[in-house]
Ligand binder design. Sequence first.
Ligand SMILES: [Zn+2]
Length: 263
Amino acid sequence: MIFALFILGLLVGSFLNVVLFRFETGETVVSGRSRCNACKEMIAWYDNIPLLSFILLRGKCRRCGMRISWQYPAVELATAGLFALAGSTFYVAGSVDAALGLAFALGLIAILLVVFVYDLTHMEIPVSALMAGILWTVFSLLLLWYFAEPREALSDSRLAEGLIGGVVAFLFFYAFVFFSRETWMGMGDAWLASILGLVAGWKLLLPALTIAFGSGAIVGIALMAFGSKGMRSRIPFGPFLVISVLFMLFFGRMVKDIWLLPW
Ligand SMILES: [Zn+2]
């Protein structure tokens, strides 16, 4: 089961690379086969196997010898690893809840990886990915609430917690964006933060934001210390929000136990 999810992750990761590439070129996702970026040669199916082909070709195009970006195998491996982790975290045989939870996690992981890589490389988040993430999460919370056994009242459900968390997180970041006139953060960050709020729920919003800002601060300081970024250079914040969403997705229950213990 875990192994099957790993393989599925490699395939989905390969598809995400296509999505990312098409976001850059503006082509639609469905049009045409993959080509080498340098020589435009069609890539044969046996040179297009996720991860494996990159290793066998030693990261070079078979025809022109141009280096293939490490981004391709990295996205494939990250998707595969996270899919396998989701399988081991969420899957309980025969449980509808668990199956729904797993399906939700897989979809969200795929969307967030696109956001992560695109923001890291372009300092911008594709609006379509953000909207897909928000709709997917709200839809999943609705389904999970609807099929929950035993039925819970809407008022104290995960769904209500998530919706409140999403709105609060959005408004919090919107204030940042508004008062800094988009110099600290952009609207993309605010929409992404609403996904964090939906996934974490308002009760866990504070630890979730601490993880995002904390990891951002650690990486920012590390980059300055090693001299690759100056005080004034910009680092996209989206990837840190993504890290926090994934952390809450996988370890939310653990965070809840620790965080809510004293109250
Ligand atoms: Zn080539």
